[in-house]
Ligand binder design. Structure first.
Ligand code: F6P
Length: 336
């Protein structure tokens, strides 16, 4: 009677109860993914336990039974109904042992871990130490995981940041000012690059590329002398030049041009997920449950070139996902 969308199991694993949790920084679309996990599991006759507050709730045994109604009307909401945490105690074996005991007591035979690199690092250790199969679902606004073209939350975050940049441009033009807009992304420049291109930024500064302060100052002065009075400079928070405030100060000293700084911050993490994020979250949620039922473990589900894929968790968090640097050149060409 069951339809399998992505996995074609030769033999179905005899899992009767799974746990699902969200961990690390929340990302829009996590709820759509929880919904997909719960409904797919129920469809396949598997019981679902929601683990509250990520690894913290796992250690404390903060578990809730989830039926199909527990996930109704959440596909459109930001945040995560299961809440989240960055749990220090789980870094240590003693913490993980407490969690494993709670999972065993609750009869949880498989796990779906929705989160980013830190979540998968923990999930891999948990699998190695307990043997409980874990499948990761990539959800972080940073889009920094190897093994998937996009992570859940990235599309919403870039659209939120873009909306802010469009507004900032209005006031930048009105005053003839330079605006340094800092976006999130932790150590990577995926958000900055896409938002910079889409927002027509005059410069995009990311950790993957060294910033030549003198060259940038000369360019800004050239543009200014050519009559271009306002500029949007998108800065990734992890940029080695030290973030938007530091850049504004350094360039201000060299050029004397008037500038302002906007740090978009956690605004980028909230809000309704976009259609793209909801679709991706739904696909990956289904794929994660199917992977568990097909006997897979210690892997991340992803989407690469439109195909559902499985990547070892260790690779997903430790391999460096390539960033398309040609977009930086493109932005530069289009800004001049
Ligand atoms: O990983 C998502 C993210 O929003 C990063 O972009 C950012 O560096 C970090 O989390 C902020 O984390 P916190 O909310 O714990 O300060």
């Amino acid at each position: 009677m069951s339809t399998w969308l992505y996995a074609k199991p030769r033999k179905r694993a005899s899992i009767k109860r799974i746990g699902v949790f969200t961990s690390g920084g929340d990302a829009p679309g996590m709820n759509a993914c929880i919904r997909a996990v719960v409904r797919t599991a129920i469809y396949h006759g598997v019981e679902v336990i929601g683990i509250m507050r990520g690894y913290q709730g796992m250690i404390e045994g903060d578990f809730v039974h989830m039926d199909r109604m527990a996930v109704s009307n959440i596909i459109q909401t930001g945040g995560t109904i299961l809440k989240t945490s960055r749990c220090k105690e789980f870094y240590y074996k003693a913490g993980r042992m407490k969690a494993i005991e709670k999972l065993r007591q609750a009869g949880i035979e498989g796990l779906v871990a929705i989160g980013g690199g830190g979540t998968f690092r923990g999930a891999h250790k948990l699998y190695v130490e307990s043997g409980i199969p874990v499948i990761g679902v990539p959800a972080t606004i940073d889009n920094d995981l190897y093994g998937t073209d996009y992570t859940i939350g990235f599309d919403t975050a870039i659209n939120t940041a873009l909306d802010a940049i469009d507004r900032i441009r209005d006031t930048a033009i009105a005053h003839g000012r330079i605006f340094w807009v800092e976006v999130m992304g932790r150590f990577r420049g995926f958000i900055a690059t896409d938002v910079g291109v889409a927002g027509g930024a005059e410069a995009i500064l990311i950790p993957e590329e060294r910033t030549d302060i003198d060259k940038l100052a000369r360019e800004l002065l050239n543009w200014h002398n050519m009559g271009k009075t306002s500029c949007i400079m998108v800065v990734a928070e992890g940029d080695e030049a030290g973030g938007a405030f530091q850049l504004a100060r350094l360039i201000g000293e060299k050029t004397g041009l008037d500038s302002r700084v906007t740090v978009l911050g956690h605004i980028q993490r909230g809000g309704k997920p976009t259609a793209r994020d909801r679709v991706l979250a739904s696909k990956l949620g289904v794929a994660a449950v199917e992977a568990l039922l097909a006997g897979e473990a210690d892997k991340m589900v992803g989407e690469v070139n439109g195909k559902i894929t499985l990547t070892p968790l260790e690779e997903a968090y430790s391999k460096r996902k390539p960033l398309d640097k040609s977009l930086l050149v493109l932005a530069q060409v289009l800004a001049t």
